[in-house]
Design a protein around this ligand. Structure first.
Ligand code: URA
Length: 262
């Protein structure tokens, strides 16, 4: 079932936390063991281990894949959940932002589990983003060797030639990296306005990859949207909508990820 959370109703999170990580005392408190304040004391008194190592300082942050024990008892793992979000433009792909800007988890406020985005879309990019608290699957999917078609639609300034777009497949040099697309497709060209809409399929997920590839050929990207992630699409959704993945979809993602890491 589709859901959406109306814009601006979400609470902005201003704590300065790294992407995907949360403070150990918060994680302990969330699991229902004790209050956050008492969890801090328990950490300082040496009751808490992370991945087998005793932690006595309060700055430590953990991800859902870290094993946390309190007095030798492992915290109960949250039920694993998987969401597909149609990320709007103007939202950060993170669980918190130190500048208080809206983050993607603000769009799923009724989700109790500590989900975080699998990879990222730029602040100004819209489209398909997966969120989960399944650290193992997320790590497999974010590994550089993981190959899955990611299909973007870019509205660009200018009209590239077919041979320029061929370069995308051979690789484009940008900031000391070679960026490659697996496919490109011209959707439409407006010669009068000197604008084009181009579909680009990537396997890689390098920082601002689509924008950098077009910019390298002097075609600034005006709008960018991720339409597809492997077999998952935004069909039937509008910006801000989200839905849970079906068990079958999760199975397919896991099977694909494990296949790639054989
Ligand atoms: N490429 C980009 O340039 N930005 C994104 O958000 C995703 C891919």
């Amino acid at each position: 079932m589709l859901a959406r959370y109306e814009k601006n109703a979400g609470k902005m999170k201003g704590e300065n936390m790294e992407q995907h990580k949360e403070r150990l005392q918060k994680v302990i408190a969330h699991s229902g063991v004790t209050s956050r304040r008492k969890a801090e004391t328990m950490i300082e008194e040496g009751h808490v281990k992370v991945n087998g190592e005793t932690v006595t300082t309060l700055g430590v942050k953990v991800t859902p894949s870290d094993r946390v024990e309190v007095d030798g008892v492992e915290l109960t793992k949250e039920t694993r959940v998987y969401y597909l979000l149609y990320k709007p433009r103007g939202v950060i792909s993170a669980v918190s932002d130190d500048k208080g800007r809206k983050v993607v988890t603000d769009l799923l406020p009724f989700v109790e589990q500590r989900v975080y985005p699998v990879g990222r879309l730029d602040y100004d990019t819209s489209g398909l983003l997966l969120l989960t608290n399944d650290g193992e699957l997320a790590q497999l999917m974010m590994h550089p060797s993981y190959e899955m078609d990611k299909v973007y639609v870019a509205k660009i300034k200018g009209v590239p030639t077919k041979s320029e777009l061929q370069q995308f497949k051979r690789g484009i040099k940008s900031e000391g990296e070679v960026l490659k697309a697996v496919n490109t497709n011209i959707i439409s060209i407006n010669k009068e306005k000197q604008q084009s809409i181009i579909e680009v399929t990537l396997h890689e997920g390098k920082n601002r990859q689509v924008r950098r590839m077009f910019e390298a050929l002097n075609y600034p990207v005006m709008k960018l949207k991720r339409e597809r992630y492997g077999f998952l699409s935004l069909r039937g959704m509008t910006s801000g909508d989200f839905r849970e993945l079906t068990p079958h979809e999760v199975k397919q993602l896991r099977a694909h990820a494990l296949d790639q890491h054989k």
